[in-house]
Design a binder for this molecule. Structure first.
Ligand code: CDT
Length: 309
């Protein structure tokens, strides 16, 4: 038996500040059509797909900040994505900056089914960077200023014939993100990222950007017996270089498809969800091997204490 989900990782090249939502959505529709021509069930877009990665700038004018947020989904500008998805009979996941009717702001991803209905929502929990103005940085990373910590935890949704989950960018560096979904029997994790190559507080890490990206996604896939679809916004955006390397990773931990460019590029793979079974039943049979009583520190403590403490 096999349960095949054909997935398209829709890497996006850079989106400059001057690019309108309409232009970006047109690029996304192109990628969606290409995915449909490869018989994809699902196409995965990056984190904050619709605009440039605005948390790189310190902004004080609320109207200027608000221009990067979506008050509704779909909106007039994003409606063509939903219309085209329905026409093509293809699902998608999309990352965007969400402004709720109550005025709350989240870095959000949604899962949209083949009838263009929103079936799942995730709000980013691990917000990297800083909240205060740090003009010494070549590029700031102000997610802690512009977003609240997500309030929905990590869920899974029965969709596309399996258990689908979502996380966003920095979440992929934290094993807890995968494990919370692993404990809900996740079979495919969809994740978008915007990762600047240069990390101002630790420039010695810069040469390892792609390695660390692969390391965490491959480990997360293997340790939870799940597919991982990691999708970048890549290339030089407003002078800031973002890594590419969008990858489709099997539950074996192996990369089975990877983007070669820093531009709009679709990577397609036929993913057998039943490949998750032997990992979930043996090495990572959680019920048989996990020892949650010994993991209390993980939920009771945030930072590290000194050895012996
Ligand atoms: N968007 C995002 O979460 N980017 C982070 C950059 C970390 S450096 C502040 C990432 O983990 O890729």
């Amino acid at each position: 038996m096999s349960r095949i989900v054909t997935v398209g990782a829709a890497q996006m090249g850079p989106i400059q500040r001057a690019h309108s939502r309409r232009e970006v959505v047109a690029r996304m529709v192109e990628l969606m059509r290409e995915a449909a021509s490869h018989r994809c069930d699902l196409v995965v877009f990056p984190e904050l797909t619709l605009t440039t990665f605005f948390p790189r700038w310190w902004m004080e004018d609320q109207a200027e900040i608000d221009a990067f947020f979506e008050r509704e989904m779909p909106s007039n500008e994003t409606a063509p994505l939903f219309t085209e998805a329905k026409r093509l009979g293809i699902g998608f996941s999309l990352g965007y900056a969400e402004l709720t009717p109550e005025g709350r702001r989240f870095n959000t991803a949604i899962l949209v089914n083949k009838s263009a209905e929103i079936g799942g929502k995730y709000r980013k929990i691990h917000l990297p960077g800083h909240a205060g103005h740090e003009p010494w940085r070549a590029f700031q990373h102000l997610e802690k200023r512009y977003f609240e910590v997500g309030d929905l935890s990590w869920g899974t949704w029965n969709a596309f014939g399996g258990a689908m989950g979502m996380m966003i960018c920095n979440d992929r560096r934290w094993p807890e993100s995968y494990r919370v979904m692993g404990l809900q029997s996740v079979e495919m994790i969809l994740l978008g990222y915007n990762t600047p190559r240069h990390n101002p507080p630790a420039p010695d890490h810069d040469r390892l950007s792609e390695f660390h990206n692969q390391l965490v996604m491959q480990a997360g896939a293997y340790q939870n017996g799940t597919w991982v679809v990691g999708v970048a916004k890549a290339g030089v955006e407003e002078g800031c270089e973002m890594i590419g390397g969008s990858s489709i990773i099997a539950p074996t931990g192996e990369v089975i498809g990877q983007a070669l460019t820093q531009d709009d590029e679709l990577v397609v793979a036929r993913c057998d969800l039943d490949l998750t079974k032997s990992y979930k039943a043996t090495t990572f049979n959680f019920d048989m091997h996990r020892q949650p009583d010994q993991y209390r520190r993980i939920v009771e403590q945030r930072g590290a204490v000194k050895a012996g403490g």
